[in-house]
Ligand binder design. Structure first.
Ligand SMILES: Cc1cc2nc3c(=O)[nH]c(=O)nc-3n(C[C@H](O)[C@H](O)[C@H](O)COP(=O)(O)OP(=O)(O)OC[C@H]3O[C@@H](n4cnc5c(N)ncnc54)[C@H](O)[C@@H]3O)c2cc1C
Length: 393
């Protein structure tokens, strides 16, 4: 028999669990979360793990334990959506019905976009914490760098899962090489698609200063186009070739899971994100379908911090739609936190038009600070487990 829910959420990551908890608190009806992965990770800690400052075991919990009480967990991946019938099909063949469908399955690596990268990951000389399964490999890669080595890292193009935070792992690694007395003899290259390191006026000066301090050569307006596994070369879209690479901290291009495009729910862009109105988060053609998080086309840089506002607006909008009331608007708020030294962090917060939007009045978080670093490393995880995943946004 087909199970039927008022709200079916696809994806039990930061977005899906936070939203389920908020809707449950609001008493919004019968809710289920479909996700086939048995583990829920606090992803921002992955960069600290790669940089040698954290152990991921402490930041992973069984999915069963984070699904809110009263919400049903369907431990299965969704492989198809029939919008007309209002059903989804799961990997094991279940058909599940919905009144509202919320899509938040995150982003998946698109290995084909960078020729040779997968082979280099397999061989262990390329890795990134932004592919969570490779976080241990990323930590070993950075910890194994020796004097005389050449290292290449990249800022991934958008969409990315808070892509600017790859710099956290890189700068933490540079700080460790400095302490080990080898930094001067490590040739570090950073490849970024932007004109400056992240094209965020709030923190670009601080990022450039950190890169200069660590002697990093920055290749701007460039992306990694290929990795030559045999020759140990990283090839850029500018035609430049960086040879004799010991460690490639290269994050793959990502895109939405294929079932979104197959179901006709994705936008026309190559990344296959869910085609929602970026303000209301409702699908442009199918009013029973909504999306938030990394997989939604929200016209802003995705991040976990962005979800604080997205969850609130989307929870209200689903209930407003049922009540025939006007919908709220998400302003595109997002964050990019970057460690610029071993113990200092800069934080960019902005909305869709690019203007700054500070959440802590009176504190200039765009300047390197120990207090914000400590908050990001120790305070945020507590808030994540105790408040965000409990729907207290
Ligand atoms: C290394 C790293 C560091 C980060 N650092 C920061 C940071 O410092 N600050 C910050 O604000 N943000 C950070 N982020 C970004 C933040 O983690 C994401 O923006 C956030 O997790 C997005 O939540 P989401 O639920 O959309 O996607 P995810 O958290 O990726 O969850 C998606 C879920 O969907 C599931 N899924 C996938 N396909 C299917 C399917 N077919 N059916 C059912 N379920 C499916 C997956 O198993 C997963 O559980 C970081 C991300 C990474 C990867």
């Amino acid at each position: 028999m087909t199970k039927q829910y008022d709200i079916l959420i696809v994806g039990g990551g930061n977005a899906g669990i936070s939203l389920a908890a908020k809707l449950q608190r609001d008493g919004a009806g019968r809710i289920a979360v479909a996700d086939g992965t048995p583990l829920h990770r606090y992803r921002p800690m992955l960069n600290y793990a790669a940089g040698g400052q954290a152990d991921m075991d402490r930041f992973e919990r069984p999915m069963r334990s984070v699904v809110p009480e009263g919400v049903e967990w369907i431990p299965d991946y969704v492989v198809g959506v029939d919008v007309e019938e209002r059903t989804v099909l799961t990997f094991t063949g279940l058909t599940v019905g919905f009144r509202h469908l919320v899509l938040c399955p995150g982003l998946t690596p698109w290995w084909g976009a960078i020729d040779g990268l997968r082979e280099a990951y397999g061989a262990g000389w390329a890795a990134s914490a932004h592919v969570p399964e490779y976080v241990d490999s990323a930590r070993r890669l950075l910890a194994g760098v020796a004097a005389g080595d050449r290292v290449v890292a990249n800022v991934p193009p958008e969409p990315s899962s808070c892509g600017g935070t790859v710099l956290k792992a890189l700068f933490l690694a540079c700080a460790a090489w400095e302490r080990a007395g080898i930094l001067e003899d490590v040739d570090v290259h950073l490849v970024t698609p932007y004109r400056r390191i992240l094209d965020r006026h709030t923190i670009d000066d601080a990022l450039a200063a950190a890169a200069a301090e660590y002697g990093i050569q920055v290749h701007t307006q460039a992306e990694v186009s290929a990795v030559d596994h045999e020759a140990r070369e990283v090839v850029l879209t500018t035609g430049e070739r960086i040879a004799d690479v010991a460690a490639a901290y290269v994050t793959p291009v990502v895109r939405g899971p294929g079932f979104l495009t197959e179901a006709g729910l994705a936008d026309g862009g190559g990344a296959g994100l869910v085609d929602v109105d970026p303000e209301t988060m409702r699908h442009r053609e199918h009013p029973s379908v909504w999306a938030l998080g990394d997989a939604a086309a929200l016209d802003t840089r995705p991040s976990g911090g962005a979800l604080r506002r997205q969850v609130k607006v989307l929870a209200e909008n689903i209930q407003a739609a049922d009540a025939g009331k006007p919908l709220q608007k998400y302003d595109g708020y997002t964050v990019i936190p970057v460690m610029v030294s071993r113990d200092e962090l800069v934080l960019d917060e902005h909305v869709r038009d690019g203007s700054e939007d500070r959440s802590i009045p009176g504190v200039d978080v765009t300047r390197p600070r120990r207090s914000t670093a400590a908050f990001d490393r120790f305070g945020q995880p507590r808030i994540y487990w105790q408040r965000l995943l409990k729907g207290k946004v």
